[in-house]
Design a protein around this ligand. Structure first.
Ligand code: CDP
Length: 151
């Protein structure tokens, strides 16, 4: 599609949320951190329709920023940890405004996650992942997240 084109980039100067360097829609990145057979989830504070629901922590990539760099920055800001790597997990989710939300498995290098911008954090196993109230977008990743947890 035109929005994924890498050659001409005809719209990158005029379309919101298009990268001038890659011609691709700008991303919202979400990080899946696994440890001891559990997945880290973060509970949203807002907006009201999402408050109390659980998500993979992350946020908007800056223009020209790689997914891995965006994950390193966002998870440092939100959790106070250092992560590396960025292995795609599940489908890309088109968001209102033209961005695309993508999940990535990242490896925890250092730090103990703290809820610096969330209401709480929790580590869920495969059974708990089925029960917890995820934000609607993140529910689309349940099959792959389950598989990473060995189900
Ligand atoms: O922190 P920042 O403002 O960069 O991003 P955000 O507000 O956390 O996320 C940007 C958009 O992606 C919002 O619409 C979130 O609801 C959505 N999002 C999501 O659906 N699932 C996630 N795991 C992370 C973000």
């Amino acid at each position: 599609s035109a929005s994924e084109s890498n050659s001409a980039m005809p719209h990158s100067g005029t379309m919101p949320h298009m990268s001038a360097t890659t011609g691709r829609a700008d991303e919202v990145v979400a990080g899946a951190i696994f440890r001891d057979g559990r997945l880290l989830l973060a509970q949203r504070i807002g907006p009201p329709e999402l408050a109390g629901l659980w998500e993979l922590p992350g946020g908007k990539a800056e223009p020209g920023e790689s997914a891995e760099a965006a994950l390193r920055r966002e998870l440092r800001e939100e959790l106070g940890v250092e992560v590396a790597g960025a292995q795609r997990v599940g489908v890309g989710v088109p968001l209102d405004g033209g961005r695309v939300l993508r999940a990535y498995r990242v490896e925890l290098l250092s730090g103990e996650p703290r809820p610096l911008e969330h209401a709480a954090l929790c580590w869920v196993d495969a059974d708990e992942l089925e029960q917890i109230d995820l934000v609607p977008n993140d529910r689309l990743w349940l099959p792959e997240l389950r598989a990473h947890l060995g189900r």
